[in-house]
Design a binder for this molecule. Structure first.
Ligand SMILES: [Zn+2]
Length: 302
């Protein structure tokens, strides 16, 4: 299987890194300029696909990457990236400084949810990143991409407290990682992504409202791809988050497992009522862990 690369305006490349050996699961981005940058690297198992995609674009070295947050589907492969590309620096929230050189704690936390076997097989073992290759991101940090182009970091908590979004001033694209939610082919609506331990409704809505004040042409998300109609999608995400919060608030008597089943049934019914085709609904269902959503929703300060 070959990773698919899609070129957008102003030399923004979307790279499908075939997460879990499946297309349409995880997008990384490469902004080509006189001083280019990679956004997200994907999990360890996607590293060969990432390299082959970059090779096919004629890119032999990448000096830096900006990571939206410290979840392993976004950053798991960084140890391999730093080893392969000379003088590569990874820009990430300061928690990365603590966890990337010694990834055991990160690994164990995720293994507790997904199991170690699942994690090893699907996302792959993490290689430690030398501390000297890690740079800390701050809100408002600007990457100079050359040619009068910059990429600005925007602190974006709510999905995770270590989350940043990146705004490209030239293409007017906001790269939002997991802050917006999930959009799978060929859905033109957003499904919330509200995992434990950090999901917080008020914080996430504030982040989304702040982002909607920017001048935007496109939204790039991790799961999956670049989308038009940014303001509609942000509104859609905000409405859906509140619907999910209220739905789960109304079923306190159910166990997490029962509540997850109910949430999934309700979301499916809603999609059917909206006349969304079965293929799209099944894309969303296969790529969603509803029990994790319940943990996130019940943990948060709602
Ligand atoms: Zn993710």
């Amino acid at each position: 299987m070959q990773p698919e690369i899609t070129k957008f305006n102003d030399s923004v490349y979307q790279i499908d890194v075939l997460m879990e050996d499946k297309p349409g699961r995880m997008s990384c981005y490469y902004i080509d300029s006189s001083d280019p940058i990679l956004i997200e690297v994907g999990p360890s198992n996607s590293f060969p696909y990432l390299v082959s995609a970059l090779n096919s674009l004629g890119i032999e070295n990448v000096n830096r990457s900006a990571i939206t947050h410290l979840h392993l589907d976004h950053v798991g492969g960084i140890g391999h990236v730093v080893e392969k590309y000379k003088n590569h620096f990874v820009y990430i929230h300061e928690l990365g400084l603590k966890h990337l050189p010694n990834p055991e704690k990160l690994w164990n936390a995720v293994a507790a949810i997904y199991t170690e076997d699942w994690l090893t097989e699907n996302w792959g073992k993490i290689k430690p990143t030398p501390i000297e290759n890690i740079k800390i991101l701050n809100d408002g940090f600007n990457f100079d991409l050359g040619n009068n182009r910059k990429l600005s970091s925007i602190y974006s908590p709510g999905h995770a407290k270590h989350h940043f979004s990146f705004y490209d001033s030239l293409s007017k694209t906001i790269f939002m990682g997991d802050t917006l939610g999930l959009i799978y082919p060929h859905g033109d609506f957003v499904q919330p992504n509200l995992p434990p331990p950090d999901f917080n409704r008020d914080v996430l809505i504030k982040t989304l409202e702040d982002i909607s004040k920017l001048e935007l042409n496109y939204i790039g998300i991790a799961h999956f791809g670049i989308h038009e109609n940014p303001y509609k999608l942000i509104d859609d995400a905000i409405n859906s988050i509140d619907k999910w919060v209220n739905f789960v608030k109304d079923i306190p008597e159910l166990s997490n497992q029962e509540a997850a089943k109910k949430l999934q049934e309700w979301v499916t019914q809603n999609y059917k009522a909206l006349k969304i085709d079965n293929q799209t609904i099944s894309n969303y269902m296969q790529n969603s862990n509803f029990e994790m959503q319940i943990w996130g929703l019940r943990n948060s300060s709602i």
